[in-house]
Design a binder for this molecule. Structure first.
Ligand SMILES: N[C@@H](CCC(=O)N[C@@H](CS)C(=O)NCC(=O)O)C(=O)O
Length: 231
């Protein structure tokens, strides 16, 4: 395995890891990937990011990017594809502001909607309505332009769609007829891309328990793969 490439600690279903992988894939920036178990995090991940969250991009020099958004921006800075770079960097300030709102306003309501039984103060429908305020805003934008901030998919689309996908999956029957037709179409368009296919590729999971550190390292290294890119 190539030791000069950064290593992405990833978790397939994590929406933050998903947006980091999508950006790397769209930018065709090659990295190694290790799929981790959140229940048994590799020591190297925790050493690089004491908060223990994924995604983390560990650089060959030992430095690390521990925020999905940093990884997305890094990918767009690294890419040799100038069209993609421009596409991702257009309206950057607006994109970052929208992603920030996704993470700080929408995501907490999404979690409550998804795990409403852990939050008995309100009904699931109440949480859905709260989350829906942000989605109504996205719907308004998507009635004006095919992508959130213009004619091409950009940082905001990639940064936000994994969370909308999660929202849609909580009650897919309800979502299918919800008052978000443009949002639905936008999500479907993104999910139908070869990039998303590659993004959801199933990497082997890092092993949970080995006897010695050396065995653990060896077992982990054997699970590392190159990032899956579409043909
Ligand atoms: N702000 C971070 C959030 C990442 C995050 O919260 N990831 C979750 C998984 S979806 C995680 O690693 N949680 C730690 C855990 O469950 O132990 C980012 O954007 O990368």
């Amino acid at each position: 395995m190539n030791h000069s490439l950064p290593l992405l600690f990833s978790f397939r279903r994590c929406p933050y890891a998903m947006r980091a992988r999508m950006a790397l894939i769209l930018c065709r920036v090659q990295v190694k990937v290790l799929e981790i178990s959140l229940k048994a995090k590799p020591a190297a991940l925790v050493a690089a990011n004491p908060r223990g969250t994924v995604p983390v991009l560990l650089m060959p020099d030992g430095s690390a990017l521990c925020e999905s958004l940093e990884i997305m921006l890094w990918a767009s800075a690294q890419t040799a594809d100038s069209t993609m770079k421009a596409q991702l960097r257009t309206n950057e300030a607006a994109a970052l502001a929208l992603i920030k709102r996704n993470d700080s306003d929408f995501k907490p309501w999404l979690d409550k909607y998804k795990y409403f039984d852990r939050h008995p103060e309100h009904s699931q429908q109440y949480y859905r309505e709260q989350a829906g305020e942000f989605l109504t805003e996205l719907e308004q934008s998507l009635l004006q332009t095919p992508w959130l901030l213009g004619d091409k998919p950009g940082l905001a689309d990639i940064g936000i769609f994994p969370f909308v996908r999660q929202f849609a999956a909580v009650d897919s029957n309800w979502f299918a007829t919800a008052p978000y037709p443009a949002l639905r179409q936008w999500l479907e368009r993104l999910l139908a891309t070869p990039a998303f296919d590659a993004c959801m590729y199933k990497y082997p999971e890092s092993p949970e328990a080995e006897n010695t550190e050396a065995q653990k390292d060896e077992a982990q290294n054997s699970k590392v793969q190159l990032l899956k890119l579409p043909d």
